[in-house]
Design a protein around this ligand. Structure first.
Ligand SMILES: [Zn+2]
Length: 166
């Protein structure tokens, strides 16, 4: 009878996040500055996509969530660049013996349009993760019938592979 130690299993991770739009603050999604009259308020720079990505990465190795390492109550993270959160998650993944295989994501927001920025976001996240852009899926939808036009929502799924396999 085999146990989990006998074979190599990739690991999936899932992350979700949402932030409310606030007038007159910068908008950052996926580490890219996007011109808009409103930005996302809340934890750090409000980068909803990088927060969901961080949670997906941490979830894949069952290492808690973004709040475990960067509590929103800690003033240290106010206005922080969310790239730092992704980098910390990557460090933990490396220590656990895994690397990122691919990522898929969906951002849901009424405005602005993400399409014109999708390639830049894809490149930024690929660089951050140290993988090819062809391994990073960026999709965007409008929140039809959800009543969330003043918020941005992000869902991210990641696949991790063992560093030494095959
Ligand atoms: Zn967040």
């Amino acid at each position: 009878m085999s146990t989990s130690r006998d074979f190599h299993i990739p690991r999936i991770g899932y992350g979700w996040d949402s932030h409310e739009f606030k007038l007159g603050i910068p908008l950052k999604i996926g580490g890219v500055n996007i011109p808009h009259h409103a930005g996302l308020a809340g934890h750090s720079d409000g980068d909803v996509l990088l927060h969901a990505l961080t949670d997906a990465l941490l979830g894949a190795i069952a290492a808690g969530d973004i709040g475990t390492y960067f509590p929103p109550s800690d003033p240290k993270w106010k206005g922080a660049d969310s790239v730092v959160f992704v980098q910390q998650a990557l460090k933990l993944i490396d220590e656990a013996g895994y690397q990122v295989g691919n990522v898929d994501s969906t951002v849901i927001l009424a405005a602005p349009r993400i399409g014109p920025h999708a390639a830049a976001i894809q490149r930024k996240i690929a660089d951050l993760l140290g993988i090819e852009p062809s391994r990073v899926g960026i999709k965007a939808k409008t929140p039809e019938g959800m009543g969330t036009d003043n918020a941005a929502i992000a869902h991210v799924v990641v696949l991790l592979c063992e560093i030494n396999w095959p």
